[in-house]
Structures are given as C-alpha cells and as structure tokens.
Design a binder for this molecule. Sequence first.
Ligand SMILES: [Zn+2]
Length: 130
Amino acid sequence: MTCPRCDAATIAFSIPAALRAHLPDDRPGAALCTHCLTVTPLDDPPDDTPSFERVSDAFPANDEAAVAFACVLALLDSLVLYRAELDAVATYAETHGADVLRALERLDADDGVDAHFDVARRTRQLEQFI
Ligand SMILES: [Zn+2]
C-alpha cells in the first residue's frame, strides 16, 4: 500500500501481542511510511519483519527493537494522549536493545525522512518522562 498522507511507499510489519497491548488500535500489524513516518494499522500484515533500513538507518538493528521503535513513532504524534502507552512501548524497545532518544535524534537528522510531526520537539517532550 502507499501512504494515505503523502502517497510514498510504506513497509508493512506485524506487531507482537506484548506491544499491541499498548497501542490504541488492536489490529495485528501496521504500515510505516518511508517518507513521512505515518503509521497506518493493517489487518493482514506479513509474517516477515521488513528491513526498516529502507526508511532510515536510524532504526535499531534488531527486529524486535525496530518494530517497537516504529510503534513509538505511531504514538509520538499524540504524545500527550498516550503518555503511559509511549512509556511502555519505549521501555520495550530499550529492553530489546534500542536507544530510543538517540534513534529519534538520528531520524531527525536524516535528510531522506520528512516526518509529518516535529521529531525534535516530540523527542524533547519524550525525554522528560521516559
Ligand atoms: Zn507518508
């Protein structure tokens, strides 16, 4: 599928139950836009974890952490609303080896990405409570 916001290519991934429990949408997967980072819930995601490097090399290298980081991006735009959820998902990512704040900083510095939200501002806000 293409991104509903900007028409760029997306990558589809499955969301493990432990993460899904913290997301506002309970569908089993999502599609991440390679350009604006919009995350769209999916009913029928592929079993294989895609290469998140197609979006940015700021993504954590291991699959579990990369999927969790994509879920952080899904919640980040609604940070105030999903504070507890974001904390849980960011903790999951960190437990699996990601440095969430560092990854967000690198993502913000990546010229190939043009996020639909202000990554630097959201990162500063996130920093205050994780
Ligand atoms: Zn997009």
